[in-house]
Unconditional design. Structure first.
Length: 244
């Protein structure tokens, strides 16, 4: 798969006259992982919603290569190769783990046999093979997170947007997740944008970081640059962060 680029150009989003995103520009290629960080209420999830068509833009443009995707429906954007997870897990609780992942592959127009093979592969990658027949509602929170990521990958996206994928996971589960996600750009040829409050995960996983505060970009760059940026220390990481 040739490399492509998902880009936001001067994107703004407003709710009831309040600006949740204020002229934010960000880009990720299919060869990299970008971490999106910032304090609560900074606009991180709104940015993901703006990319995926779940909120309307007040200004700006979202594109993949030369193709504008802003203004399309969430389903149309998904068919353009953008998959996501949600801050609050949204599994089909009455369906099995296998069925949850298979459904995402079928929704992309994949044949039943191919969908089943893809599902088996993903469940193996995420350590969920033994839970294939368990209902979504019976899973631990960490397992639900893994199923949701596997389901997002079942559509074979060019870009994967993850909203707090490590939430509810213990240290060992988070470490396993880190290594799995780190391989995705190479193994699946996709670009990854990840939101998470686990700064150890973010700093070790991401090639670049983009920091929001009050809906605006306050810093971007590699982990070392962002960690030492005065505005980031004050707004998000805390005064002791430069020594972490």
């Amino acid at each position: 798969m040739s490399e492509s680029r998902l880009a936001l150009n001067d994107v703004s989003v407003e709710f009831a006259g309040l600006r949740a995103l204020d002229h934010v520009s960000l880009a990720v290629s299919t060869s990299e992982i970008v971490g999106l960080i910032g304090p609560n209420g900074s606009g991180k999830t709104t940015l993901i919603n703006a990319i995926t068509g779940h909120v309307k833009l007040a200004a700006g443009r979202v594109s993949i290569g030369d193709t504008t995707i802003s203004g399309l429906s969430p389903r149309e954007i998904a068919l353009q190769g953008v998959s996501r997870s949600f801050q609050i897990v949204r599994l089909f609780n009455a369906m099995t783990v296998f069925e949850n992942v298979e459904a995402a592959a079928l929704a992309k127009g994949t044949s039943r046999d191919e969908a089943r093979e893809r599902t088996r592969t993903l469940l193996g990658e995420f350590g969920l093979g033994e839970k294939a027949d368990e209902l979504g509602e019976s899973l631990s929170y960490g397992d639900k997170r893994r199923v949701e990521i596997a389901r997002a990958l079942a559509a074979e996206p060019r870009f994967l947007l993850l909203d707090e994928p490590a939430a509810g996971m213990n240290d060992a589960e988070t470490e396993t997740l880190l290594h799995t996600l780190a391989e995705l750009p190479k193994s699946r040829g996709l670009g990854l944008i990840i939101i998470d409050h686990d700064m150890s995960l973010i700093m070790r996983l991401c090639h670049r970081l983009h920091v929001l505060a009050s809906g605006r970009t306050i810093a971007e760059g590699d982990a070392a640059h962002v960690r030492s940026h005065p505005a980031v220390i004050e707004a998000y990481l805390g005064k002791g962060a430069t020594h972490a």
